[in-house]
Design a protein around this ligand. Structure first.
Ligand code: SF4
Length: 325
């Protein structure tokens, strides 16, 4: 499942809430998932960050609104991963409140979230505002075939993720951490780096003595970029909580299998991660513009089509360069 996509959908900067619309400005900000999108395809990044900007001012709805609708699309695997994350967060919240949630209840919660999102997606109406909230699946939007085998496999995956979260011995330190020692639970936060907002959302973090443990729940397969993402949370912990860099251990928990990859953070690793963030951020800064004022420079936003990435890109239905059409 695509955990990074889940994080994008959780991002607060994609779809401004109506209350603050008048003062909104298209500001640059950085997150590990945004950086991944920037690397993957400049055109995709442009659609997501600039081309839909101001959709709420279009009356009647036109191109920017349409792009915003596509921007809000999520894939079935990313959505399933999001359901697992939310159910796990509820498990922790219940624990904080002194009650428990059995494996069966946690699974039922996951399935209920999944059904609710599915129902919203099936009922999506083109007149709906493209705001955060209701789920709109790419699979429905693009009328993709959804075989029973595929939905059965997803259900099994949800069950395996919940089971492994609750039973895998490697995850016991996170499950058993006392709520008084928790530092973070699925809260989106940010800090300033090079004058720009950098977003971070650790799934779970707790203190064990002087040592901070940061956990990330992964519902997909291990990827090379997973450790980098966790190191960016390490940077966040140093900035936000003044944590000593060498008193941090990061853990990527692959819930589909129960495997956990843990890594004590070193000053060197953290410094390399900071260099990468700095490089990525500077590249974004070079291309950043204000879509309310500045003209688009098309050569900055070149399409980078490849069948594999276009096939899962939410903008493929409107992108003339898509290799998936
Ligand atoms: S369809 Fe392909 S080329 Fe077009 S924006 Fe998406 S990833 Fe880029």
């Amino acid at each position: 499942m695509q955990d990074s996509a889940r994080r994008e959908s959780a991002s607060p900067f994609q779809y401004p809430e109506p209350v603050a619309l008048a003062e909104l400005k298209c500001e640059l900000s950085w997150s590990a998932s945004r950086a991944k999108e920037f690397e993957r395809c400049r055109r995709e990044y442009w659609y997501a960050r600039y081309a839909s900007w101001g959709w709420w001012k279009e009356n009647p709805p036109a191109e920017r609104w349409k792009i915003a609708v596509h921007n809000r699309l999520t894939s079935l695997p990313a959505f399933a991963g999001d359901c697992v994350h939310r159910a796990v967060a509820r498990w922790f919240e219940r624990r904080r409140n002194g009650t428990t949630m059995s494996a069966e209840e946690t699974f039922e919660e996951t399935v209920a979230l999944f059904r609710e999102g599915w129902r919203q997606s099936v009922g999506w109406n083109p007149a709906d505002r493209p705001k955060r909230g209701p789920t709109h699946l790419m699979e429905h939007h693009y009328a993709m075939e959804l075989s029973k085998e595929r939905t059965d496999a997803l259900r099994e995956l949800l069950a395996a993720c919940v089971r492994n979260f609750l039973e895998a011995p490697q995850i016991a330190p996170a499950r058993d951490a006392h709520p008084d020692h928790w530092r973070a639970l699925e809260e989106l936060d940010s800090y300033k780096f090079l004058g720009t907002k950098v977003y971070a959302m650790p799934d779970f973090a707790f203190m064990d003595g002087e040592m901070l443990h940061i956990w990330d729940w992964k519902t997909g397969k291990p990827r090379e970029s997973d450790m980098f993402q966790l190191l960016t949370y390490g940077l966040y912990a140093c900035e936000r909580w003044s944590q000593d860099p060498e008193s941090i251990t990061v853990h990527a928990a692959y819930l589909a299998t129960g495997e956990v990859k843990s890594k004590p953070v070193t000053l060197e690793a953290l410094s390399s991660a900071q260099d990468l963030v700095s490089e990525s951020l500077r590249e974004m800064m070079d291309l950043h513009y204000d879509p309310d004022v500045d003209p688009v420079v098309p050569e900055h936003w070149t399409a980078m089509p490849e069948a594999a990435k276009c096939g899962t890109c939410r903008f493929r239905g409107m992108c003339d360069a898509s290799a998936a059409n």
